[in-house]
Design a protein around this ligand. Structure first.
Ligand SMILES: [Zn+2]
Length: 131
């Protein structure tokens, strides 16, 4: 399936398809989120590196627990960042807002809530049930 979003022909055929204005909106929002996450990740990594230099034995256990929590947060943020990057990539390719499983359009209201959704509601439900 080839999609050409810079071609208005596609939009005219479907009022549900994201228009250029909406795509720009998502792109801007995603870029904002990406920037925020990258700053936050950088700060967390720096924090972790600084903690490693603390040599006080008594604090090691506390630091280890802190690191564990931080690592979980880091991993989550890293995951989100990757999702955002994938979404931005999809905007560039013209496949943003299309379910990766069934290739149906993802509801715009759903996208507004979770901008890096890659699945439509019904596929998401199927995936959730599988877990
Ligand atoms: Zn789907």
């Amino acid at each position: 399936m080839t999609l050409a979003l810079n071609n208005n022909y596609y939009n005219q055929n479907s009022d549900e398809q994201l228009n250029q204005e909406e795509l720009n909106f998502f792109k801007k929002e995603l870029e904002k989120q990406k920037e925020k996450l990258e700053i936050s990740l950088k700060r967390k990594i720096e924090e972790l590196n600084n903690q490693d230099e603390a040599k006080d034995e008594a604090d090691h256990a506390t630091i280890a627990i802190d690191n564990l929590t931080s690592n979980t947060i880091l991993r989550e943020q890293q995951k989100t960042l990757n999702q955002i990057k994938r979404s931005l990539n999809k905007i560039a390719l013209g496949t943003y807002g299309i379910c990766t499983m069934c290739e149906e359009k993802i509801n715009i209201e759903r996208l507004k809530i979770q901008m890096f959704s890659e699945h439509c509601v019904s596929c998401r439900n199927k995936l959730d049930k599988r877990v």
